[in-house]
Ligand binder design. Structure first.
Ligand code: PEP
Length: 250
């Protein structure tokens, strides 16, 4: 079985001072894990996070990047601006960006390509809404997000990508998918990747579950055969809770 990749998504939370407190508390709690630990922090916290985690097993990610290297794109950030300061990962296409900021499969693809070209490892988010699930369209939506959002991604590039399956109805709601629902959806997603890239590449691909995962439910989710890790929002803001998720699967 693969080691797990556990990524915290701090969203728009934590000042630089809070960043220092949280990371300082987290470092000793996760230092013995075999799992990969990533924290995806706001842009203003990146430098501090990189500095504080230097020499530890915690990796730092951003929460977005643009598809161009420079230019008139007010409010955006170029991938090389992230690598320049030591950032390794970037979240792309989070459902909050798709819902509130007009992110589409096409922009997700463009951002993912640019991130890869700069040497970042993208964590690409996909997932259905409650209406889509209840309307029997979950598989259609997930298939479209994979086929459109990974249209020009080669099998070699896929090796540097993590996918996060995050049902929108479970994000920030306290409603978690059951272990079986999450595992079943990820099995389906892996099957779509297998159609496009072959079974070996799909089996090697890391697919996380995200959606109200926390210290209480992580063990069940992370022990499911298809779930290769977690993308954690709310629970990543408390060092003890995030560390418990990191250590829920040995
Ligand atoms: C997320 O932000 O990707 C997420 C899964 O949030 P939460 O854990 O708070 O549902």
């Amino acid at each position: 079985m693969k080691n797990k990749i556990i990524a915290g998504n701090w969203k728009m939370n934590n000042t630089r001072e809070q960043t220092e407190q949280l990371i300082t508390a987290l470092i000793p709690l996760v230092q013995d894990t075999n799992n990969t630990v990533i924290i995806c922090v706001p842009f203003t916290d990146l430098c501090k996070a990189v500095k504080l985690t230097k020499g530890t097993n915690i990796h730092v990610g951003a929460q977005n990047c643009h598809w161009k290297e420079s230019g008139a794109f007010t409010g955006e950030i170029a991938p090389s601006m992230l690598t320049e300061i030591g950032v390794e990962y970037v979240v792309i296409g989070h459902s909050e960006r798709r819902t509130y900021f007009g992110e589409t499969d096409a922009t997700v693809l463009a951002r993912t390509k640019a991130a890869l070209n700069a040497g970042l490892k993208p964590i690409v988010c996909i997932g259905e809404t409650l209406d889509e699930r209840n309307g029997g369209r979950m598989e259609e939506v997930l298939r479209r997000q994979v086929l459109e959002g990974f249209k020009d991604i080669s099998v070699q590039e896929l090796e540097h990508i993590i996918v996060a399956y995050e049902p929108v109805w479970a994000i920030g709601t306290g409603v978690t998918a059951t272990d079986e629902q999450a595992d079943e959806a990820i099995r389906f997603v892996r099957g779509v990747f297998a159609e496009k890239y072959g079974k070996a590449a799909a089996d090697a691909l890391y697919i996380q579950y995200g959606g109200s995962m926390n210290d209480k439910n992580a063990e069940g989710l992370l022990n499911m055969p298809q779930i290769d890790g977690g993308l954690i929002g709310g629970a990543s803001l408390v060092a003890e809770k995030f560390a418990a998720v990191v250590k829920a699967h040995i």
